[in-house]
Design a protein around this ligand. Structure first.
Ligand code: SF4
Length: 142
């Protein structure tokens, strides 16, 4: 059974959020057709149903509990710490996620290799929280 369509107003809000977060973080949306729309719809669906734009590209055993952790509320910790978006919502101009700041054993480095940040002067407002994030990644793999 397919999930109900998100509210148009929520989709529009998420679109505006994505545009402004791209500008703020020095990233762009994916150049491929449909990628951005699909992720925005997923975020809007979670905003409508959970009250928060939980990342739509992961599996959660308990979505309500996950919202309380906040790790994967967009823009998630990986984005704010490492500028890495595994949904490919925030990418470089070629549609690749930035992996430069990720720990070497992170899935993003293993999948994409080293992708340098074209705008190192922008984004990563929580860069000082990398140690905490790595602790969480070990203790609560998510
Ligand atoms: S990976 Fe992070 S930044 Fe990318 S869509 Fe999911 S929550 Fe947002």
């Amino acid at each position: 059974m397919s999930q109900p369509e998100p509210d148009e107003k929520t989709i529009e809000r998420m679109r505006k959020f994505v545009d402004s977060y791209c500008a703020k973080s020095g990233t762009t949306t994916h150049p491929g057709p449909g990628v951005t729309d699909a992720v925005i719809k997923g975020l809007a669906h979670h905003k409508d149903t959970l009250g928060k734009p939980l990342c739509p590209c992961r599996f959660y055993p308990d979505k309500e509990a996950e919202v309380k952790h906040r790790t994967w509320i967009c823009a998630c910790d990986d984005m704010q710490i490492y500028k890495y978006c595994h949904c490919l919502l925030f990418t470089n101009a070629e549609g690749l996620p930035i992996t430069e700041y990720l720990p070497e054993d992170h899935e993003g480095r293993q999948i994409y290799g080293l992708v340098e940040d074209p705008t190192p002067d922008k984004g990563r407002p929580l860069r000082d929280k990398a140690d905490e994030r790595e602790r969480e990644r070990r203790e609560r793999p998510s």
